[in-house]
Design a protein around this ligand. Sequence first.
Ligand code: PLP
Length: 463
Amino acid sequence: MSATLNTTATAAAADSDTCCAGPLPVLGRDVTVPLVTGGEVPYAALDYAASAPALQRVWDDVAAYAPYYGSVHRGAGYLSQLSTDLFEQSRATVAAFLDCRPSDQVVFTRSTTDSLNLLARALPAGCRVFVFETEHHASLLPWRDADVSYLDAPRTPAEAVATLERALADREPHGPALVCVTGASNVTGELWPVRELAAAAHAHGARVVLDAAQLAPHHPVSVRDLDVDWVAFSGHKLYAPFGSGVLAGRADWLQEAEPYLAGGGASRTVARHADGGVDVDWHTTAARHEAGSPNVIGVYAIASACKALTEAGFDELVAREQHLIARVRAGLAEVPGVRVLSLFGDDAPRVGVISFVVDGWNSSHFAAALSAEYGIGVRDGLFCAHPLVRTLLGSAPQEPGECGSPEATAPGAPSLNAIRVSFGAGTPDEHVDRFVGAVRELVADGAKWRYHQEDGRCVPASR
Ligand code: PLP
């Protein structure tokens, strides 16, 4: 049976803008938020690196499917079969989006964090793991039960490759080994030399998992071209915020591992054993690690996003995003006391994720003022990449001071956390222009409102 649905796809850009084809339509474009200083403005969502707004196309596809929703893999009814078809077609769509090898498996998970934890649980016995300290905690922490080497932050892409080569040579793996690399940093937005790192890993017999959480929403990811063994990403960063993620890649380690979750769907047959126990014959397909009722809406939403981005064309999307990046970086460069965080330097290729600190400002205070006085949503903190951000800031772990307190943020003193602005396919020029203008104004004139700390964050004080 082949499932078909009528959807109102609107992948092409609708908003007019000054670069390229304009932003893709996303939900929330018309949402306005109140300002502490009075009035309302359209919300400028500039925290895509945390979670991107849903593409209108994804929302429309999900809404069109919703009445047909049914249980996956189990039901005999028409809608169950239709849902099962959509679920499996979505797997094929994701495999095509990632340019997977024919033998690769696409496992649906909850998120990148879930995907990497699944892979960590599937490591063969004695597996060595190599990971840079610069990774997001989702890539840094799952390997702690393995024989893991944490590699120092490199200062150039070439140094990253040399550091990995040295680590692999020093601890030459004689058995299974895994290198975990990120595609694009969630702090600096900088692209990592994935292909070169994969080549270095493979030369030493190690495998590679690519954390594409920040890469896949901005760039085409080809498993074959990058020659990585697995790739992980999250739907909610890819404009599909319905609770699904992906781990795609080599089947062997996954097939041989214990199921990630024990339960229905992962097991082919279960029989009571003569001695009173239970015998289980587990699936060897992706279903082995997808026990329980699958999140068919989340999976269908990811497939819809993959199609929407592919149809919009990554050449267009990248060109538009580079235009926005250039605008933000040029704007920030002109504001005195603003320092953009970078590992690989100004010329490094990057996605639309930019972190910075402002001399004399507690970052939480600055981010709170951007929100309360300009309707701009950014993020402040250490971005779940504590070792990297502290390396970039040159600061030791400690609590930030009071909002606006001079001792915590004296000019020249290391900042204790940073501000991150991030954007993507749905971002209009106006949002980044308003952001740059607001940074300029806050630095020149200070905040118009008073802020105080609540639960460690700066919030506007009530007057
Ligand atoms: N990896 C990177 C580079 C990220 O930026 C993030 C989230 O910000 C993750 C992994 C974890 O993603 P999730 O929270 O969707 O599991």
